[in-house]
Design a protein around this ligand. Structure first.
Ligand SMILES: *[C@@H]1O[C@H](CO)[C@@H](O)[C@H](O)[C@H]1NC(C)=O
Ligand SMILES: *[C@@H]1O[C@H](CO)[C@@H](O)[C@H](O)[C@H]1NC(C)=O
Ligand SMILES: [Zn+2]
Length: 412
């Protein structure tokens, strides 16, 4: 992006060198942006059935998306959490398999474009990618339905490089309520996290996987903030006070984020920014100003939600536009260190703290939680019940009784 500001005057397009944009680009040369949430992997699935080898799927010249490699470079994106997202419709069906496939497509993106992307799994890996000029590529699983209520699946995701999990998408899981329960469209089942849900959070702490509270209900936010030993993130959520959409973060939660040194990575989706179909870059900056005011500058981050949403603000049309947003923050008198915080340092601080909690729990000899969820807490009928005692089979009791009665001839 040329460091130019432009405006129309009597039909003439006048351009001038924008000192704030120059300053933004300079800052981003050493502190590039870390973005909390990008749905390019979902685009790969929905457009190409994950066939990265198709000519149209070439990330160097991908068209019709917010994200491609040249745009990432122009946008000075230094690290991206790619979403391994599968819709709630997969819950109780093929959620685990499809999530594995989205993890696989992210791994294959890194393999196919080694000059541009580097798959990493640690805060040190992000810093190393900054030095080598790669986009550090990390994996976030978007929605607790992806683990099918299994801590074994959660641990396996960690082994595959997953470094955050959003506790829910837009559906309840058997152990956590989602944001829709705070609207007329949903009904609370657990009033936050169930006992098993609290154990999911603790196991994430033990593993060193960040707890992401985008998409969860307010009660789930508070429960996770209470239970988690490590700071939490909102990978792509904005401020409820500025736009009262239930996907956004209310003030009482922002204060808890401040107390616990967590992070709100501001979402750019017009509907969450402006509570309408139109939005501007300045309105995104308003959300960042607000999070800074209530939760403090160390709590501000970026979570564009690019390629996961249909409408983005004027001025933030794609991932190449982060420097324009940083210029706006500088124009609003954000200090250089506040800007570097929002770009990368705040996420790095949270990630390091999550890694330290993992190390502390390891030195306390915390062992993997191997108690499965109670079979009765699972919904849906697709699962076999190996390992669970047959005697606890309450749903199967009546059919079993019927069979006995039939065998005895009493019902014939
Ligand atoms: C993508 O397209 C570019 C430009 O045509 C080409 O040089 C490159 O080899 C392609 N990359 C892959 C991985 O297909
Ligand atoms: C930024 O600081 C300058 C100089 O102190 C001041 O004139 C200006 O009003 C401030 N701008 C904002 C948006 O606070
Ligand atoms: Zn989302």
């Amino acid at each position: 992006m040329l460091p130019l500001g432009c405006f129309l005057l009597s039909g003439l397009l006048l351009c001038y060198a924008d000192p704030f944009l120059l300053e933004a680009q300079k800052i981003m040369n050493t502190t590039p942006a870390i973005d909390g949430h990008n749905d390019l992997p979902w685009q790969m699935l929905s457009r190409f059935n994950n066939q990265l080898s198709l000519p149209a799927a070439n990330l160097s010249q991908l068209q019709g998306t917010h994200t491609n490699l040249p745009k990432l470079k122009t946008g000075r994106v230094g690290a991206q959490f790619w979403a391994a997202y599968v819709p709630c419709e997969t819950q109780d069906k093929d959620a685990v398999k499809r999530t594995l496939e989205q993890i696989d497509v992210i791994h294959r993106m890194c393999l196919r474009y080694p000059e541009a992307l580097a798959c990493v799994t640690s805060s040190a890996g992000i810093e190393e990618a900054f030095r080598t000029g790669h986009v550090a590529s990390l994996i976030g699983v978007e929605g607790g339905h992806s683990i099918d209520s299994s801590l074994g699946v959660l641990r396996t995701f960690y082994q595959l490089g997953v470094r955050y999990m959003t506790l829910t998408h837009s559906c309840n899981t058997p152990w956590a309520d989602n944001w829709l329960v705070d609207t007329a469209a949903g009904e609370a089942v657990h009033q936050g996290l169930s006992t098993f849900g609290e154990r999911v959070v603790k196991e994430m702490n033990r593993l060193g996987m960040m707890v992401d509270l985008a998409h969860v209900s307010v009660d789930t936010m508070h429960d996770a903030l209470r239970v988690s030993r490590a700071p939490v993130v909102f990978s792509h959520s904005s401020a409820y006070e500025i736009c009262p959409h239930r996907r956004n973060v209310p003030d009482d939660v922002l204060l808890r984020v401040k107390e616990t040194h967590g992070l709100v990575m501001v979402n750019f989706y017009n509907d969450y920014v402006a509570c309408g179909s139109q939005a501007s870059l300045a309105q995104v900056a308003d959300h960042m100003d607000y999070v800074r005011q209530v939760a403090g500058a160390p709590a501000v981050g970026l979570g564009g939600d690019y390629d996961g949403v249909s409408r983005v603000p004027v001025g933030l049309e794609d991932v190449s536009k982060y420097p324009a947003l940083v210029a706006e923050l500088l124009r609003r008198n954000w200090t250089e260190s506040e800007v570097r915080g929002a770009l990368a340092d705040n996420l790095l601080r949270v990630f390091r703290e999550v890694e330290q909690v993992r190390d502390r729990m390891s030195s306390e000899a915390a062992s993997p939680d191997d108690t499965p969820i109670a079979f009765e807490e699972l919904q849906g009928s697709c699962r076999t019940r190996y390992g669970y005692p047959a005697s606890a089979d309450r749903p199967g009791f009546l059919p079993a009784l019927l069979v006995l009665l039939l065998q005895a001839g009493w019902l014939l």
